[in-house]
Design a protein around this ligand. Sequence first.
Ligand SMILES: Nc1nc2c(ncn2[C@@H]2O[C@H](COP(=O)(O)OP(=O)(O)OP(=O)(O)O)[C@@H](O)[C@H]2O)c(=O)[nH]1
Ligand code: SF4
Ligand code: SF4
Length: 297
Amino acid sequence: MKDRFGREIRSLRISITPKCNLKCFYCHREGHDSENINLMTPSELGKIVKTSLKFGIKKVKISGGEPLLRNDLPQIIESISDDNLKDISLTTNGIFLEECAQKLKDAGLNRVNVSIDTLNPEKYKKITYCGDLEKVKRGVKEAINVGLTPLKINYLALSNTVEDLDDLMNYCRELGAILQIIEFIPLNEHLKKYHVDITPIENKIAEQCDKVITRKFMQNRKKYLVNGLEIEFVRPMDNTEFCSHCTRIRLTHDGFLKPCLLRDDNLVDILTPLRNGEDIEKCFIECINRREPYFKA
Ligand SMILES: Nc1nc2c(ncn2[C@@H]2O[C@H](COP(=O)(O)OP(=O)(O)OP(=O)(O)O)[C@@H](O)[C@H]2O)c(=O)[nH]1
Ligand code: SF4
Ligand code: SF4
């Protein structure tokens, strides 16, 4: 099913908890700063995902907060698994990955994205407030060992991390990981000083690259192959092309379908109808109808 702007939906990004063990100063809390911890059970998540398949969902991304804080994560993965889903992935800060990787792989998880903005341990601790970078790196290694691949390192380009990019490129190249360079969207005045336009970085990489790939169903994102390293750019800011090819909807930790990451004023409650035993297909139809590109020409 397409929305009013001709965009299909392919990907469902599910926040399974608002809690996190880190406190990154820039955290966007998935654009939904709700304290409500009326969390969905594995079986409820399974029902929502199975229904989403009827509307074209092929990929599920599990996020948080920090999704590894939920002890029932393997049951969640088992419950949402379906032959018609092409991909179940997870985005994590990686602190608890070393302990969990094998269990998640066994439950049916395909791959993980791990956020690392700098390889400087002191700076990492400052950005995340309390994170242990060595533990994250051990988690990354373990995830690769158990086959949660292709593994991506999410690097958020900030004015105070931009000088760390070369180190991260070397780290990813050695690991065989994909490097994802993400443009920071400042959500308030105070954060504006951390914004960096990543266009010059992308242009420089485009000049050096051996191959370019466009991710057709992922906002037409560009991927570059540079000397054996795959680098992907996530550049949503003021990017009408990005939004016009957006095929993603979200499910908040407290059970609302969310048509756009950057809006919190057009949510559709799906958990109440589900718990009342009502049909939830109508919630997807409503969510799709409410979708519109955030940045549009
Ligand atoms: N504006 C916008 N930003 C997004 C969207 N999806 C992801 N992002 C940004 O990209 C970052 C990384 O997202 P991830 O959850 O790791 O995964 P992904 O890159 O979107 O998905 P895969 O490439 O399939 O792993 C997020 O923290 C967001 O900042 C989106 O739909 N809209
Ligand atoms: S690890 Fe992610 S969810 Fe946790 S505080 Fe940092 S940005 Fe937010
Ligand atoms: S800002 Fe909204 S419309 Fe644009 S890509 Fe992100 S979720 Fe899609």
